[in-house]
Design a protein around this ligand. Sequence first.
Ligand SMILES: Cc1cc2nc3c(=O)[nH]c(=O)nc-3n(C[C@H](O)[C@H](O)[C@H](O)COP(=O)(O)OP(=O)(O)OC[C@H]3O[C@@H](n4cnc5c(N)ncnc54)[C@H](O)[C@@H]3O)c2cc1C
Length: 233
Amino acid sequence: MTRERIAADRPRYSGQTIYRGLVPADRVPHLTADPRVRLWFGPDQHCVCYPVSSGRQISFGATVSSSHWREESWTAPGDHAELAAAYTGWHPDVTRLIAAADAVGRWALHDRDSLGRLSTGRVTVIGDAAHPMLPFQAQGANQAIEDAVVLASCLAGPGPDGLGAALRRYERIRLPRTTRIQQQSRANATTFHLADGAEQRRRDASAQATSGLDRHEWLFGYDAEQAATSSRS
Ligand SMILES: Cc1cc2nc3c(=O)[nH]c(=O)nc-3n(C[C@H](O)[C@H](O)[C@H](O)COP(=O)(O)OP(=O)(O)OC[C@H]3O[C@@H](n4cnc5c(N)ncnc54)[C@H](O)[C@@H]3O)c2cc1C
């Protein structure tokens, strides 16, 4: 409702749905010996999994293109058999992971364009209200936390120009970064889902050449407190 004070947009269905499930770790020992985030890419869909609950469970998200599923619910059950059918022929690590789940949920993924501003008058937005994003970088919560850190810093020292100036500074610091991350999350839907071919081979070669956190320094190396402090000077 607060966002409506700032923008008159509506969520847009992305054409993608995501099945999510939790699997006890002892059912998938092939994925637990080396605890890390794993991604499998393929035409029109991808699967990601990672350990949660101190390694006791593996959480996974498996995307599937769909023209008919528009359910925005966080609790809608998914059809396990439909998910398994969608991943038939994929790497055995994926098919065994999906087979090991007792139940899955299903979300329709919606997107919105970036806002041109985050505030109006004395009202501002942070987190998903400001920049909802597709989950293809796992950044929604991170960006909400960064927003909070920067906003708190701006409000702690609003200066002689008052609240309006503080909110403009918050927007100036945050909007370029959250816009870039929204766009990159959207672009990942294309990159992750390439059909087999030259582009897909380039993507795979690039991923192999620079795996890990090193090529994401701009994303994971960001210091929100530092960003707020340096914008003052
Ligand atoms: C399954 C799943 C996995 C995810 N994984 C990741 C991940 O790995 N990494 C990551 O960074 N992000 C992840 N996200 C995204 C992340 O959860 C969201 O981006 C994040 O929660 C946004 O935080 P927020 O505070 O903006 O909104 P929310 O977490 O939605 O909080 C908004 C709160 O406001 C309350 N509220 C709403 N209306 C009112 C009202 N009128 N009055 C009072 N209270 C109200 C709501 O009940 C809610 O508690 C995931 C999301 C999902 C669904």
